[in-house]
Write a protein that binds this ligand. Structure first.
Ligand code: NAP
Length: 259
């Protein structure tokens, strides 16, 4: 059990649900979680599933009751939600709000809190997340390590770069989708394509995780026979603008993150 005291979540949406599930099951790593009443359906579901979850009456009650707080509202409403709250010096605040930098958060919080930022991914729910945090902080790292693994960033630049890298998730599924679409266009039943592609991608990722010291490009070569089919596809990807498109997309998303 981590010594956080009750953890309060401001904003009970998709990522809060994932985190609360990851923190409380199968064995709880924190004793009590207090969630805000919005979204009502998610809050009710969590309270029904876990005896350790309590639904607060409103946001000020959470800030009053908890020494550790997670800010998990959408960026568009973050200022109007955070500014009126009365934070206390020394509270620990973990913001998972995207594209909202530390200085702005601290000015809205208006107290001398210990603020860390984090980018949890939905798989924290099954304790298989990888979470970038900034700046390094032992308790925040311990919380996210209980839900998978943690990468602690020493600088804002490192953190912003990992935030940009996390934006390739939809493209990962997009490549699976486009490949399956192509198979279907050529007459393969979609279910059959899916049954083949999903485990193929899963095992490639597992191989990359297992081969810690092998550069990705070496894995790419390892999976490509000289003059073979895989080598041909990757060469086509490179020469027909695939790599250029990927780099441009990452540049553009980084520019958006850094404002
Ligand atoms: N989803 C992810 O995978 C993910 C990953 C990393 C970071 N994030 C970040 O986490 C934040 C939340 O994302 P999300 O995907 O969980 O969004 P979401 O599902 O829309 O959740 C946001 C929640 O905030 C609630 N809310 C609205 N006004 C509120 C208020 N005044 N006080 C308290 N709660 C209020 C909403 O309730 P109603 O439904 O009643 O409006 C909603 O349930 C965002 O900043 C996002 O960038 C998300």
């Amino acid at each position: 059990m981590l010594a956080t005291g009750p953890i309060g979540f401001i904003g009970t949406g998709a990522i809060t649900e994932a985190m609360v599930r990851g923190l409380l099951a199968p064995m709880p790593v924190v004793e009590t979680v207090v969630v805000s009443p919005r979204n009502a359906a998610i809050a009710a579901r969590l309270a029904a599933d876990f005896p350790g979850v309590r639904i607060a009456g409103d946001n000020p009650e959470i800030v009053e009751a908890c020494q550790t707080l997670v800010l998990a509202v959408r960026p568009q409403i973050a200022e109007e939600v955070i500014r009126p709250l009365q934070f206390r010096d020394g509270q620990r605040v973990i913001s998972v709000i995207a594209a909202t930098d530390r200085d702005r958060l601290l000015s809205w919080i208006g107290a001398d809190v210990r603020l860390t930022q984090a980018i949890p991914l939905p798989f924290v729910a099954r304790r298989a997340g990888v979470t970038a945090i900034y700046p390094p902080d032992a308790l925040t790292a311990a919380l996210f390590t209980a839900m998978g693994t943690t990468v602690e960033c020493e600088t804002r630049q490192e953190y912003d770069l990992l935030a940009a890298a996390s934006a390739v998730m939809a493209s990962y599924f997009g490549i699976m989708h486009r490949t399956n679409e192509w198979l279907a266009d050529h007459g393969l039943a979609e279910q059959k394509g899916r049954a083949y592609i999903a485990p193929l991608f899963a095992e490639l990722s597992r191989s990359a995780v297992a081969a810690v010291d092998t550069p990705f490009i070496d894995l790419s070569r390892e999976y490509a026979t000289k003059g073979g089919l895989n080598e041909q596809v990757f060469n086509d990807f490179e020469t027909h603008g695939g790599t250029a498109a990927l780099r441009t997309a990452l540049d553009r998303v980084l520019a958006r993150i850094t404002g």
